[in-house]
Design a protein around this ligand. Structure first.
Ligand code: HEM
Length: 223
């Protein structure tokens, strides 16, 4: 290439970069307040990757399940708002559950708190489908557990609400969450057999996460 052409080519590349770079930024997902997966500030989980493997083994969560979780990602990614409408509808219509979002002063559900958590819940749907079960993922599981319990509930969103979600409901919610997910898994033309397998993988993954989140409720050394 002649020097003049080189200058023209460089100018074109610079101009393209100026146009392309802001677009790339504009397209990247906006930061979700309080979502801290992968951040150095997070505590190291008190359970290890080896513990996680043993738990996966016990739950029969296999590599095939992980493939089915991945299959669910593009199916669910553009349905998260509709899924959250159903899940939030269930919590809102279940007095035993909505109480965990109540504002201590008014006694009514705290809309701002519900909205703030909802954004991270949407991200969690994609994270569950996409999980690579590494140390950063494990540390965020511990963090989610802390956020359901006395050490950290309410802190992320500066909510004035009850101090913890009672332990007995945590794993129980796996059933409504995964049962109501099934119709969404079936909405994009996957075969009935694939829908069953994606659903089974989701049940195992959500149950496993609620077990990891349970750590703060368990006496030292007994988890
Ligand atoms: C399958 C069971 C459950 C799943 C999948 C789930 C999922 C989540 C997720 C993804 C978050 C946001 C985590 C983050 O900050 O990144 C969250 C927070 C929260 N969840 Fe759950 N949850 C479950 C059980 C429950 C139950 C039974 C309740 C009782 C109503 C509950 C109440 C809350 C509350 C109040 C927060 C906000 C905690 C805070 O102050 O930061 N969760 N949950």
């Amino acid at each position: 290439m002649k020097p003049n052409n080189l200058i023209v080519a460089n100018t074109v590349i610079a101009a393209l970069a100026a146009v392309v770079v802001p677009n790339v930024n504009a397209q990247s997902a906006p930061a979700i307040p309080g979502y801290t997966m992968g951040q150095k500030s997070l505590a190291k989980a008190p359970y290890t990757l080896a513990d996680l493997e043993s738990l996966k083994k016990t739950l029969l969560l296999s590599d095939e399940d992980i493939r089915y979780l991945r299959m669910s990602k593009p199916i669910l990614a553009d349905q998260t708002e509709a899924i959250l409408d159903v899940w939030y509808g269930f919590v809102a219509s279940t007095p035993e559950l909505v109480v965990y979002f109540k504002n201590n002063k008014t006694g009514a559900p705290d809309g701002a708190y519900l909205d703030a958590v909802r954004k991270r819940f949407g991200q969690w749907i994609v994270d569950t489908a996409d999980a690579n079960y590494d140390q950063a993922w494990l540390n965020y599981q511990y963090e989610i557990g802390l956020r359901h319990t006395k050490p950290k509930k309410n802190k992320t969103d500066k909510a004035d609400s009850v101090p913890l979600v009672n332990f007995r409901y945590l794993s129980a919610l796996t059933i409504p969450v995964t049962t109501t997910l099934k119709p969404f898994l079936a909405k994009k033309g996957a075969s009935a057999a694939d829908v069953e397998k994606m659903h089974a993988a989701w049940v195992k993954s959500v149950l496993m996460q609620t077990i990891l989140w349970s750590h703060p409720y368990v006496k030292d050394g007994e988890f």
